[in-house]
Design a protein around this ligand. Structure first.
Ligand code: AHR
Length: 615
C-alpha cells in the first residue's frame, strides 16, 4: 500500500461523515435509551376507548378482593383513560385484604433495574371519594422490597399529583413498581412514572446507553426512523406535535411497524436534546403524508407542510416565536441546531412522493434556505428529476455483496447531490446476531465510502439498538437489557472510523488480492494538538498477509514511535459474536507499533480489520 502524506489540495472528509441512525425499533427508545421504567404509564395502550389495554400492568389480588377496570375520567384532555381499582377487602371485618394488600404492579420493560443507593422519582395521579392509604414500592424478582413509601391522604376527591423520591436499599435488575392498599375504597390512578434521578444530564437518557453512543463521537443522529416514521398506517405514524410538552399530555402511539406501544417520553424535543448532548447534528426524518400502506393526496398535503414548518420553528425559532416559545417553555431557551430534514423514508417509488416532496421542499426552502433537504430518491446511478441537497441511500445485503459495494460510489456522479447512506447492514443467517463477518464486510463498505467522501456526506448503520427481549429486527449494533449493554462487532468496527469525521483523506494505492481494501487519513487531535496518519485495512479473506506500507512525504524523524499503535479487530472464528458474558470477545485490541516508519511491513491476520496509527 503506498500513500501520499503531503498531498495537495487536501481532500476533506465531511465533519459529520459517520454518525447514528436511531429508530424506535426493538424498544430502542421506550424500554431502552429513554430511562422511564413504567411501561404504558397512562393505561392508554389500547387507544382512547375503554376498556383499554393495561398491559403490562398486572392486578394484585383476586375478584374477591379487587376489581380493576378502565374509564375515561382522567384529568388529562389528551389522555382520558384512567385506571379504576375497586378495593373490596379491608384491614378488618369479614373480607380482610391479603398480606401486602391489593392493587397493581408494572414490571416495566421485562423488569426494572433497581440499584441499591440509587434514587428514583415516582409520580402518579390519584383520585378517590374515600381517604386513600397506599404503599408505593419497588419489589425484586424474589418478592423482596427494595424501596417503599406510604401515602395517606383524605383530600383526593379531585385528581391529585403525588410525587416522591424512593431510594433503593437493595438491587435487582428484574424488579417491578407496585401500588397497593389494604383499605376498602375506590381509587382511580393515572399517568404513573418512575425515572432514575441519574439520567444523562437529568435529560432522561439511560446513562450507560447514552455513554455507548457518545463513545462513537457521532457526527450526526438521524431520528426517529426508519419505517417508524412512516407507520404501517398514517394514523400511527410519528407526529412530532403529539410528542412535545408535558409528558402527561402525550397520547403515545402504537408503533404498528414494530408492533409495540410507546408512551412518547422520547419525543421530538428529547431527540433534539439527545443530538445536542451527543454533540451530533440532528437529522429529522419527517413523514410527508406517506405511510407504508397509505398516502395523502398531494392536493391535500399543505396542512402537513405547515406542520413541518411549525416543527422547524419549534427547533430553531427564538423564544419569542410561536413555536420557539413552546420549546423555551420546555426548558431550552436557545434554538437547537437543526440543519437537515429528510423527506420520508424509502418512499421514492410511491405515487405521491415527488408531488408531495416538492411542496415540502419549496415551503421549507422558502423560510429556511439553509436547511439541507434529503430526498428518498437514489441519485447514485441516475440524475434526479427534482432538487435536493442530499439523497438517502439504504443497503441491506449479504456479506460478500456488502464488501464488494466498497466500489459502489466509485462511478457515482460528481455533480449532483451527495449521498446520505443512512442505513447499511449485512443481514441474513450468515450475520448471526451480529458477528465478525458482518462487521468486516461493513468495514470494507465504509472504507469505500471514505474513499468516495467527495460524493458521500454521511453514513450510519441500522438498526442501532436492540432490547434483547424484543428483537424485531436482526442483527443490530448495540444489545441491551434492563441493566447491561454490549456492542456487537459492527459497533466496535465503527470506532475505527470515528477519527475520520473532518479528517483529510490521503491518496492511497493498494496492490493486493481483492479480499483486501484500505484507506488512509490524517488529522490533528483537537485536545492534544498531535497529528496522526491512520491507515485502515480490511482483510476479508482467510489468509494471513504481509502488508508493505510506503508513505511518501513523511520524514521518518517526524514519526513518534512511542505514540504509534496498531489496532486489530479480529477473532478466532469469523462467526464469533459478543454477548453479555463476553461483551468484548470481538473488540479492537490496541498494541504499540514497534519500528513505526514510513516504510514498514505489517502482518494482517485472516478476517481482520486493522488500523495503523502513526503519530
Ligand atoms: O433498519 C430497519 C428498517 O429497515 C428501517 O426501519 C427501514 O428503513 C428499513 O427497511
Amino acid at each position: 500500500l503506498s500513500l501520499n502524506a503531503s498531498q495537495s489540495p487536501a481532500k476533506k472528509i465531511s465533519q459529520r461523515m459517520f454518525g447514528l441512525a436511531f429508530e424506535e425499533i426493538n424498544h430502542s427508545g421506550a424500554g431502552g435509551l429513554w430511562a422511564e421504567l413504567v411501561s404504558n404509564r397512562g393505561f392508554e395502550a389500547g387507544g382512547p376507548n375503554t376498556p383499554s389495554n393495561i398491559s403490562p400492568w398486572t392486578i394484585i389480588g383476586n375478584e374477591a378482593s379487587i376489581l380493576v377496570s378502565t374509564d375515561r375520567s382522567s384529568c388529562f384532555d389528551k389522555n382520558k383513560v384512567a385506571l379504576q381499582m375497586e378495593v373490596l377487602c379491608d384491614v378488618d371485618g369479614e373480607n380482610i385484604c391479603p398480606a401486602g394488600g391489593v392493587g397493581v404492579y408494572n414490571p416495566g420493560y421485562w423488569g426494572m433495574n433497581i440499584e441499591k443507593g440509587k434514587r428514583y422519582r415516582v409520580v402518579f395521579y390519584v383520585r378517590s371519594l374515600q381517604p386513600v392509604e397506599m404503599s408505593i414500592s419497588f419489589i425484586g424478582s424474589k418478592d423482596q422490597k427494595l424501596a417503599t413509601s406510604d401515602i395517606k391522604d383524605d383530600n383526593v376527591a379531585e385528581w391529585k399529583k403525588v410525587e416522591m423520591v424512593l431510594e433503593a436499599y437493595g438491587s435487582d435488575a428484574n424488579s417491578r413498581l407496585q401500588l397497593t392498599t389494604s383499605k376498602r375504597s375506590t381509587i382511580w390512578l393515572d399517568q404513573v412514572s418512575a425515572l432514575p434521578l441519574d439520567t444523562h444530564n437529568g435529560h432522561g437518557f439511560r446513562q450507560d446507553l447514552f455513554d455507548i453512543l457518545a463513545a462513537l463521537k457521532p457526527g450526526f443522529i438521524r431520528f426517529p426512523g426508519g419505517s417508524y416514521v412512516e407507520g404501517d398506517r398514517l394514523m400511527n405514524a410519528f407526529r412530532w406535535r403529539e410528542t412535545i410538552g408535558a409528558w402527561e399530555e402525550r397520547p403515545g402511539r402504537f408503533n404498528d411497524v414494530w408492533q409495540y406501544w410507546t408512551d412518547d417520553g422520547l419525543g421530538y424535543f428529547e431527540y433534539l436534546q439527545l443530538a445536542e448532548d451527543l454533540g451530533a447534528s440532528p437529522i429529522w426524518v419527517v413523514n410527508i403524508g406517506i405511510s407504508i400502506n397509505e398516502q395523502v393526496d398531494t392536493s391535500l398535503i399543505m396542512p402537513f407542510v405547515q406542520d413541518t414548518l411549525d416543527a422547524i420553528e419549534f427547533a430553531r425559532g427564538d423564544a419569542s416565536s410561536t413555536m420557539g416559545s413552546a420549546r423555551a417553555a420546555m426548558g431550552h431557551l436557545e434554538p437547537f441546531d437543526l440543519q437537515y430534514v429528510a423527506a420520508g423514508n424509502q418512499d421514492c417509488w410511491k405515487k405521491n412522493y415527488r408531488g408531495s416532496y416538492m411542496k415540502f421542499y419549496n415551503a421549507i426552502k422558502g423560510v429556511y434556505p439553509d436547511i439541507k433537504i434529503i430526498t428518498n430518491c437514489d441519485a447514485s446511478a441516475a440524475v434526479l428529476d427534482h432538487p435536493a441537497d442530499l439523497y438517502d441511500y439504504h443497503v441491506y445485503t449479504n456479506a460478500n455483496s456488502m464488501f464488494s459495494m466498497a466500489h459502489n460510489f466509485d462511478h457515482a456522479s460528481r455533480n449532483g447531490p451527495k449521498a446520505f447512506v443512512s442505513e447499511y447492514a449485512v443481514t441474513g443467517g450468515e450475520a448471526g446476531r451480529g458477528n465478525l463477518l458482518k462487521a468486516l464486510a461493513e468495514a470494507g463498505f465504509l472504507i469505500g465510502l471514505e474513499r468516495n467522501s467527495d460524493v458521500v456526506e454521511m453514513a450510519s448503520s441500522a438498526p442501532l439498538f436492540v432490547n434483547v427481549n424484543n428483537q424485531r429486527f436482526n442483527p443490530d449494533a448495540i444489545v441491551f437489557d434492563s441493566s447491561k449493554v454490549y456492542g456487537t462487532p459492527t459497533y466496535w468496527m465503527q470506532h475505527l472510523f470515528k477519527a475520520s469525521n473532518g479528517a483529510t483523506l490521503l491518496d492511497s494505492t493498494l496492490q493486493s488480492p481483492s479480499s483486501l481494501t484500505a484507506s488512509a487519513i490524517s488529522w490533528t487531535d483537537a485536545d492534544s494538538g498531535r497529528s496522526y496518519i491512520r491507515v485502515k485495512v480490511v482483510n476479508f479473506g482467510g489468509n494471513r498477509l504481509n502488508l508493505r506500507l510506503a508513505i511518501e512525504g513523511l520524514d521518518n524523524k517526524s514519526i513518534e514511535s512511542a505514540g504509534s499503535t496498531l489496532t486489530t479487530l479480529t477473532s478466532t472464528n469469523v462467526k464469533d459474536e459478543n454477548s453479555f458474558n463476553e461483551p468484548k470477545k470481538v473488540a479492537p485490541v490496541i498494541n504499540a507499533l514497534k519500528n513505526a516508519s514510513n516504510k514498514m511491513t505489517v502482518i494482517i491476520p485472516p478476517y481482520s480489520f486493522i488500523s495503523i496509527d502513526l503519530q
